[in-house]
Design a protein around this ligand. Structure first.
Ligand SMILES: NC(=O)C1=CN([C@@H]2O[C@H](COP(=O)(O)OP(=O)(O)OC[C@H]3O[C@@H](n4cnc5c(N)ncnc54)[C@H](O)[C@@H]3O)[C@@H](O)[C@H]2O)C=CC1
Ligand SMILES: O=C(CO)COP(=O)(O)O
Length: 333
């Protein structure tokens, strides 16, 4: 099978390695021709996934048509802010037999739409085979072929199982889940909690505090998802709790690291301008805050982080406000 990967950052590169390892013809699209040549000749993506040797069955190209033509599966792995414009470029190249899988973790900034909704708007007339892939997946570990799992949810179970078979390897176990909304929103909202977890680490608030943040964070993620049509059970699975743990605990997480730098006194503007890597939680927090407000959902951690990131509230003041909230029943959604 031919699998095209759109986005040659760390996750796109790791997924391209997996697609090749699973026995497919793997085509990685690079926006810049010099990057496509560098990856092909050095067999390494030094900028985004240093130390991972690219397999010989992985081809890089800056020619979008060459990558997309006759693809059975197309993985979309750009940062969420570029997904719509990328899908618009793909519209004339994708065919009815191409399954399009969103692997980015985010929600559209301007509209609050899920990326699979955006994909349906942009490609729905061309293909109905749309899916989401999300889970506890640090590219650095998957690139090194450490054992990992992920979840695929699609418009039909048959489509999800098709992707499952195409991408699974002896060390990469792909599960299917029927809840597209939950899988997608869990991946988006865990980045918000990961940013907060970095602040907790940076302020040395301790393990009890971090555990409370993850638990109450999962509660908040679930509340948001369920209000938007997700299934509660999804949040106890790999795309929910699994990814929340991976991201909040890992030295690889860019979201967690950004929170830590914030606690160390760096400004969010500085952090965003001094990294070539994406910090999705920064965008997600504003959009999720706005959607939650419109739906009158009480999202205390998201609201606190929104104040810290967008209105320069001091993290210690945000913490005091969270700890001082009215006392309540733990399970009340
Ligand atoms: N890195 C990881 O371990 C994982 C990342 N993801 C998600 O995958 C998505 C992509 O993230 P990464 O691969 O980590 O990216 P990255 O942070 O490693 O690299 C940034 C990417 O943005 C691309 N880019 C910059 N300007 C662009 C533009 N104008 N148009 C299109 N692309 C542009 C760069 O070429 C590069 O591919 C994100 O939504 C992220 O949350 C999901 C799971 C794991
Ligand atoms: O989604 C991820 C792990 O599952 C990657 O998280 P970061 O974007 O925080 O690095």
């Amino acid at each position: 099978m031919k699998i095209g990967i759109i986005g040659s950052g760390s996750w796109g590169t790791a997924l391209a390695c997996k697609a090749a390892q699973a026995g497919n013809e793997s085509w990685l699209y690079c926006r810049r021709e010099e990057q496509a040549i560098a990856l092909q000749t050095t067999k390494e993506n030094k900028e985004y996934l240093k130390g991972v040797i690219l397999p010989d069955t992985l081809t890089t190209s800056s020619n979008l048509k060459q990558v997309v033509q006759d693809c059975n599966i197309l993985l979309i792995v750009t940062p969420s802010i570029y997904v719509r414009s990328m899908l618009q470029q793909l519209r004339s190249l994708v065919s009815a037999h191409t399954t399009v899988v969103i692997c980015s973790k985010g929600i559209e900034r301007e509209t609050g739409k899920r990326l699979s909704e955006v994909a349906n708007e942009e490609l729905g007339t061309v293909t109905s085979r749309l899916a989401i892939l999300s889970g506890p997946n640090h590219a650095e570990e998957i690139g090194r072929d450490l054992p990992a799992t992920t979840v695929v949810a699609a418009t039909t179970k048959e489509t999800a199982e098709f992707i499952q078979k195409a991408l699974s390897t002896y060390n990469f176990r792909v599960y299917v889940n029927e809840d597209m909304i939950g899988v997608e929103l869990a991946g988006t909202t865990k980045n918000i909690i990961a940013l907060a977890a970095g602040i907790v680490d940076g302020m040395a608030l301790g393990d009890n505090c971090k555990s409370a943040l993850l638990t109450r964070g999962l509660h908040e993620m679930t509340k948001f998802g369920v209000a938007l049509g997700a299934r509660r059970e999804t949040y106890a699975g790999l795309a929910g709790m699994g990814d929340l743990i991976a991201t909040c605990m890992s030295p690889h997480s860019r979201n967690r690291a950004a929170g830590q730098k914030l606690a160390d006194g760096e400004t969010m503007d500085y952090i965003m301008n001094h990294s070539n890597m994406v910090v999705e939680g920064f965008f997600a927090v504003k959009t999720v805050y706005e959607v939650a407000k419109a739906k009158q959902l009480d999202m205390p951690i998201t609201s606190a982080l929104y104040e810290v990131l967008y209105h320069q509230k001091a993290p210690k003041d945000a913490l005091m406000d969270l700890m001082g909230r009215h006392l309540k029943d733990e399970m009340f959604l």
